[in-house]
Unconditional design. Structure first.
Length: 325
């Protein structure tokens, strides 16, 4: 969530409609924004926003839960459900989101839980709040938890990229990587719940170590569980891959399907930063296998960072590259 909707989240405290409780405060999908009491605990899954936050939702009971809503309604409903589990019956829930990313649904969501919300609008965002009154939303909690997907083949959780499907780009990349080409130590950048990592480990028995990295804590958690049978040759890192990875050893290969959106906004620079991080992580002669949306001009940065660039295939709106440092 951007700065303006976060300001809207604090609006009822600024207007005097709400007062900060003396007790415990939890901020879901939060960050260390100014204006929060020092005793507040912020929880955040997304590594670039996680400074000063905890990764996992802590136990209750709590007096106040703040929620920065997600663009995915199911994810926001899960946070509402968890908040109602954690709040004291006298506790208060406060939710905010941009108008074009679920803000206009927040009041109806709280009403569906049997609450009586009130709200304010500012900064093209909505904030709503209500007293918990002991209400619960167990169906939303169950729907948003880590769960089996793809006929039980993997575990995943709403909010993870492509959480309950095989992404078209990843499937295309997997289909064009020959078996038994990976050896030694390599990495899956943006591993998600682990589809590509699982594909590689099942078909490349000479892989000594596969590092699975993602900015989403839930993805790293799911990937670890999905690759449990390979525990002796996998490692998992919650990290921001737009920055250099100084704790990795020199790698022989990297595979990736880099994101190109943050929230609703297209961010071509995310993919270019992933490419630069891959280049700096590889040994001389190391290789990168990458899939990207066909309209994104990554060839320029690939040509700068690598000695040899091959466009393996372009199909279904994606293109696969095999490049060598």
């Amino acid at each position: 969530m951007t700065a303006e909707p976060l300001k809207t989240l604090l609006l009822p405290f600024e207007t005097g409609d709400l007062a900060w409780p003396e007790g415990t405060i939890l901020f879901l999908n939060g960050d260390g924004m100014p204006g929060l009491p020092g005793r507040a605990v912020a929880q955040q899954y997304f590594k670039p926003r996680a400074a000063g936050c905890v990764a996992e939702i802590p136990d209750g009971p709590v007096d106040l839960v703040l929620i920065a809503g997600s663009k995915q309604r199911g994810e926001t409903q899960y946070m509402i459900g968890r908040a109602l589990e954690l709040l004291k019956p006298s506790g208060t829930i406060v939710c905010a989101a941009p108008n074009d990313a679920g803000g206009k649904r927040l009041k109806a969501d709280l009403e569906e839980c049997g609450l009586s919300p009130v709200g304010l609008s500012k900064h093209k965002s909505q904030v709503v709040w209500a007293q918990c009154c002991g209400k619960k939303a167990p169906a939303w909690v169950a729907a948003g938890r880590m769960q089996r997907v793809l006929s039980g083949a993997f575990v995943s959780q709403p909010g993870i990229f492509g959480w309950d499907k095989i992404d078209t780009g990843s499937a295309l990349l997997a289909a064009h990587m020959p078996d038994e080409i990976f050896t030694g130590a390599g990495a899956d950048f943006g591993c998600g719940y682990g589809y590509l990592a699982d594909h590689i480990l099942r078909r490349n028995h000479a892989v000594r170590m596969l590092y699975c990295l993602d900015a989403d804590y839930r993805a790293v958690t799911a990937c670890r569980e999905n690759l449990a049978e390979y525990a002796d040759r996998t490692a998992f890192v919650w990290t921001d891959l737009t920055a250099p990875q100084h704790d990795l050893p020199p790698l022989e290969w990297v595979v990736m399907n880099p994101p190109f959106h943050e929230g609703k906004k297209a961010q071509y620079s995310i993919g270019t930063d992933f490419i630069k991080t891959a280049a700096s992580s590889l040994k001389p002669g190391g290789t990168l296998w990458m899939v990207a949306n066909a309209q994104l001009p990554y060839e320029t940065v690939l040509d700068v960072c690598f000695a040899k660039v091959v466009n393996v295939v372009e199909d279904e709106g994606f293109k696969v590259f095999h490049v060598r440092k």
